[in-house]
Design a protein around this ligand. Structure first.
Ligand code: SF4
Length: 318
């Protein structure tokens, strides 16, 4: 750990390097507070991808989050050099699905659309028909003209989508999950609700069904941010990775945020440190590269997704 003055110096150096190199820093909502403080853009993976598609013209993009998110940015912005400060920051759920899983499902259910959660490797997305986020998964599945859908890799999001849409959703792999969001426990939430009687509980769709049953609101991190902004509540029990609380508290000083589980920490997200961001800019490491053919097929699946929702992809309006 660094002392405050070292962190302050690094932040100053990062600001200088950003200007010199023509770089921007994109930061996921679950990142450490010190990383959120140096962000040019902060958001969930969908928000950040759209920013990259329509607003960012920088030469370098430093992506602070896990590997599949940095890869996604490299897929969408083919002009910038995308840097990931620590390639060992990987999403365990994204690593639960393989190309073989998708190919096997395609063979077993030949005419069934394959919907892939954005939390997956580019090579898996390239083999899929649609790419969704936790914010739009329900609407995309509703809009697809099929009563049966293959969905990977999060089985809890798949179950939620099936429940809301009434469609048959086949999860691939059968037990893909986020190790952080399965940590929420329904009994702990009941206890917290008893302790904070006026509280509301917001949950991410990656949580298990018995946790979501207790939620007053279910949504992605960006949907949670909007919901909290507009709600007349004092105490909010937060059912997602603990990093979101920093942003929620900063934006809503009149409200109190309580983690619904103190162990909901994504250690991979926390691997990005201010020192690594500095090194990333200084040494221009670690470059994220996605082969042209894979990127082309991923973009095609993303465009299919926008079109099934009846909207044009953001980059087509540029
Ligand atoms: S919180 Fe879960 S889904 Fe998100 S990066 Fe961490 S392990 Fe992956």
């Amino acid at each position: 750990m660094f002392g405050d003055h070292i962190v302050d110096n690094l932040i100053q150096e990062i600001k200088k390097l950003k200007k010199e190199l023509d770089a921007v820093i994109l930061v996921h909502n679950y990142q450490l507070p010190s990383i959120q403080d140096v962000a040019d853009y902060i958001g969930d993976s969908l928000e950040l991808s759209i920013k990259v598609a329509v607003e960012v013209n920088a030469k370098y993009i430093v992506f602070c989050g896990v590997d599949f998110m940095a890869e996604q940015v490299a897929v969408i912005n083919r002009n910038a050099i995308v840097l990931h400060p620590d390639p060992s920051a990987q999403c365990p759920m994204a690593n639960m699905i393989t190309l073989e899983d998708v190919r096997r499902a395609r063979k077993q259910y030949p005419n069934t659309p394959i919907v892939m959660y954005v939390n997956s490797p580019a090579i898996v997305k390239a083999e899929s028909d649609y790419i969704v986020t936790s914010a739009n998964a329900v609407n995309v599945v509703k809009a697809i003209d099929s009563d049966v859908i293959i969905f990977g890799p999060d089985r809890h999001l798949a179950e939620y989508v099936a429940e809301v849409t009434g469609k048959t959703v086949i999860p691939i792999p059968p037990n893909g999950h986020c190790p952080v969001h399965v940590k929420f426990n329904p009994f702990e939430i009941t206890n917290l609700k008893t302790l904070y009687r006026d509280s509301i509980f917001i949950a991410h769709p990656e949580c298990t069904a018995d946790v979501k049953k207790q939620a007053d609101f279910i949504g992605s991190t960006s949907q949670m941010i909007k919901f909290v902004r507009n709600c007349q509540c004092k105490h909010v029990l937060v059912g997602t990775e603990i990093g979101l609380i920093y942003r929620l508290a900063r934006e809503n000083p009149d409200k109190v945020f309580i983690p619904a589980s103190t162990s909901a920490i994504c250690l991979d997200m926390k691997k990005i440190t201010i020192e690594k961001v500095y090194r990333s800019l200084k040494d221009k490491v670690y470059r994220v590269e996605v082969p042209e053919e894979i990127a082309r097929r991923v973009v095609k699946a993303i465009e299919n997704t926008y079109r099934v929702l009846g909207v044009e992809p953001p980059w087509s309006k540029k």
